[in-house]
Design a protein around this ligand. Structure first.
Ligand code: NAP
Length: 248
């Protein structure tokens, strides 16, 4: 089913993990894909080739989503290359974990800047063209940790909780312009980000998940496709958990 045929999607942080799965699923579903990466230049170039093989237009941009001016320049470049942006997926994110007692100001600032300010930067930059087009779908990657909190992740959970509030506010502000804004809260998804966790922690997580396994990046990408397409035309301001039932 070509749910997003000929739509233009911009995905941040698509060189690996969930972002890469999103970019790939959208290309397979007929969308033209603009995507970003920060340091993984080779992976970004390889992905551009891979996506183009699906017969759609694909282009990767090296761009730091946490920088306001750089994000504005990115959106201008994407508009010049693709003419429009129908769907924005704010996926780029990092962790810098540690108990609050030991958390440095730098760990706090970095995570808030990359995870939360990036969502403001990119959303601010796309809303003008979306308002002009009188349509758009914005999807933000939050986390169940943004709903529930997590010891050792005060910075990360604060950034992800901020995304949920931002998502609802954007949905309220821009609903009348036919722009929808939703977020996705993954639980434990097997990517390089969770690959950093030790085996015992991973086993504990898995035991607590009703579906008894970690999620795959594709399973998050599928929900992105739903939120991007007309299948969700009456859904806005929501946070959809993709967590195997973990937070239930
Ligand atoms: P990942 O494997 O660590 O990949 C992160 C991606 O973000 C990479 O492509 C990275 O690019 C990019 N990135 C990092 N900083 C950036 C910046 N300043 N500007 C642009 N791109 C940047 O992470 P993931 O597991 O796929 O997670 C993707 C999203 O889902 C994140 O927002 C994460 O918080 C959220 N999430 C993940 C899980 C999970 O279990 N994995 C659970 C809940 C939520 P480079 O390769 O160039 O560095």
């Amino acid at each position: 089913m070509n749910l997003v045929q000929d739509k233009v999607v911009l995905v941040t942080g698509a060189s690996r993990g969930i972002g890469k799965a999103i970019a790939t699923q959208f290309a397979k579903a007929g969308a033209h894909v603009a995507f970003t990466y920060l340091s993984s230049v080779e992976k970004g170039q390889a992905l551009e080739k891979e996506l183009s093989s699906f017969g759609i237009k694909a282009k990767g941009y090296q761009s730091d989503a946490s920088q306001y001016a750089e994000s504005e320049a990115l959106v201008e470049a994407v508009l010049a290359d693709f003419q429009t942006i129908d769907i924005l997926i704010n996926n780029a994110g990092i962790t810098k974990d540690g108990l609050l007692m030991r958390m440095s100001e730098e760990q706090w600032d970095d995570v808030i800047r990359v995870n939360l300010k990036s969502v403001f930067n990119l959303t601010k930059a796309v809303i003008k063209p979306m308002m002009k087009a009188k349509s758009g779908s914005i999807i933000n990657l939050t986390s169940i940790v943004g709903i529930k909190g997590n010891a050792g992740q005060a910075n990360y959970s604060a950034s992800k909780a901020g995304i949920i509030g931002f998502t609802k506010s954007v949905a309220l502000e821009l609903g009348s312009r036919n722009i929808r804004c939703n977020s996705i809260a993954p639980g434990f998804i097997e990517t390089e980000m969770t690959g950093e966790l030790n085996e015992a922690t991973v086993e504990e997580w898995k035991k607590a998940i009703p579906l008894k396994r970690g999620g795959e990046a594709n399973e998050v990408a599928n929900v992105c496709l739903f939120l991007a397409s007309d299948l969700s035309s009456y859904v806005t301001g929501q946070t959809i958990q993709v967590d195997g039932g973990l937070l239930t």
